[in-house]
Design a protein around this ligand. Structure first.
Ligand SMILES: [Zn+2]
Length: 473
């Protein structure tokens, strides 16, 4: 079997099952089942996002999976028609649709709150499964027919206030700014580097769905770009269509979403040749304790107890023939830190422990005498995370405001930032002629003055060009 380049994991649905993340074929392709270890990983990711939104004043809701076809017909007639991408559920007297997004559904909720006299702004979020009718071949976590997790948030502000300029959560200039930069900070915290961009549109194209679309994108280890989150400035389209009016006028709305694709990107950034190695903050098991021999079980279990008592999620590996096999089993679960332990009888040091830095123990990994309890501080885990490349840094952690590093942007074949002034003729020309995919303009990261690639005028405005993952719009 040929070895794949590092960072391109997962290679196949088989890998996702072997590493106990998902069963991509159950009950059928495109509707994956999450296995306990994988569910634990995603649950930690979702908790990060839920905590962020709750802190910013968003209330969690759960909407039903089915919506009336009539609601989607209203959306199709006045906003945009997605009906060919939906699953219909037939019955004698009415047809229902498997919900594919939150926007139309949440309008009914907001209209009810207006009727009750509740004062806006309204801010909600929701995690559930959505249905997307994929006619092309589904691919696990990236192109699923039933997508879980699907995390969405929606905001409605009083008429006359712009969501782009409204107060929003602490530390952000607006609700819109929060929906871009808050999730970006969460991504950074879990080892997922992102860039914030705003889509550009041809000046002649009608803006059917939203006035603006902002995204977090990531450059995967193979150089391809994929979209992780989207923020739509919906204006008053949905409020007009579904009657969400306050003080006699329609309420402006914003929508935020990410899907299981964010988890796929996380896996690819956590990838080694043989499997994942998760960021310690979200790893279901942070430390694997590998017994040197099966009769070291007691000392391994003792260390695990000490780690658990210090709040470190740990697990002992004592079964399987040989240290190498035990390490491989632990690595398949994406455990970032492995310790090898041995009991007193056979070692001149007495019982000892050592940090395994590679795939398996090496002579240069020095054993340390094990006197009493092991308390592995979070700091040690963070050091190991940066060694894994999970936190990409040069002496410090990157901040969301940082521009992309030269290493990521400098390769001309892959992703590049080029000057592009704001004249619509230059934008249209770029959209027509660019040989790479047009990713979007940098959102709130500084760009040096450069020349517009089309007209040559000096400008601080730019656009990111690159190659999107195959099949992505
Ligand atoms: Zn120009």
């Amino acid at each position: 079997m040929s070895r794949q380049p590092a960072g391109l994991w997962p290679h196949s649905p088989h890998d996702l099952r072997r590493t106990e993340l998902i069963d991509p074929g159950y009950p059928f392709a495109g509707a994956s089942a999450w296995l306990p270890h994988g569910f634990d990983l995603v649950d930690r990711v979702l908790t990060r996002f839920s905590d962020l939104f709750r802190t910013a004043g968003y209330e969690e809701i759960l909407l039903p999976t089915l919506v009336n076809e009539e609601i989607l017909e209203r959306q199709a007639e006045s906003i945009k028609d997605f009906r060919r991408q939906l699953y219909f559920v037939g019955s004698e007297d009415s047809r229902q649709v498997v919900a594919s997004s939150i926007e139309a559904q949440v309008c009914g909720l907001f209209a009810g709150w207006v009727a009750q006299g509740r004062t806006p702004p309204y801010r909600v979020f929701c995690v559930r499964t959505v249905g997307r009718h994929e006619t092309s071949t589904p691919r696990p976590l990236w192109k699923e027919r039933f997508v879980w997790p699907f995390f969405e948030a929606q905001v409605a502000v009083p008429p006359g206030s712009r969501p782009g300029g409204h107060g929003g959560a602490d530390g952000f200039v607006s609700d819109l700014d929060f929906l871009v930069r808050g999730p970006q900070q969460v991504c950074l915290d879990i080892g997922l580097p992102t860039f914030a961009v705003e889509r550009i549109y041809d000046s002649t194209a009608p803006k059917l769905y939203a006035d603006r679309r902002l995204e977090l994108v990531t450059i995967l280890p193979n150089g391809e770009i994929t979209i992780l989150t989207s923020v739509y400035d919906l204006g008053v389209r949905f409020s007009d269509t579904f009657g969400v009016r306050y003080d006699g006028a329609s309420m402006p709305m914003l929508n935020f979403a990410f899907s299981a694709r964010l988890v796929l990107a996380l896996l690819q950034h956590s990838g080694t040749v043989t499997g994942p190695r998760f960021h310690p903050d979200i790893a279901p098991i942070q430390v694997g304790v590998i017994a040197t021999r099966s009769d070291d079980e007691d000392v391994a279990s003792g260390i695990v107890r000490d780690l658990l008592a210090h709040g470190v999620r740990a697990c002992a590996f004592v079964t399987g023939s040989g240290v190498g096999r035990r390490c491989a089993t632990a690595r398949e679960l994406g455990i970032p830190v492995l310790l090898q332990v041995s009991s007193a009888e056979r070692a001149p040091l007495g019982s000892w422990v050592r940090l395994i830095s590679g795939e398996r123990p090496r002579e240069q990994d020095r054993p340390t005498p094990l006197g009493g309890a092991v308390a592995l501080a979070r700091e040690t885990l963070r050091v190991e995370a940066s060694r894994n490349g999970a936190v990409r840094s040069a002496g410090r952690e990157p901040s969301p405001a940082d521009p992309p590093s030269a290493a990521l942007m400098g390769d001309g074949d892959l992703a590049e930032l080029v000057g592009l002034c704001h004249r619509s003729s230059c934008v249209d020309e770029t959209l027509r002629r660019a040989r790479r995919d047009v990713i979007g303009r940098p959102y709130r990261w500084g760009v040096d003055t450069r020349r517009c690639a089309v007209c040559g005028v000096e400008t601080e405005a730019a656009v990111m060009l690159g190659r999107k993952i195959r099949g992505e719009k």
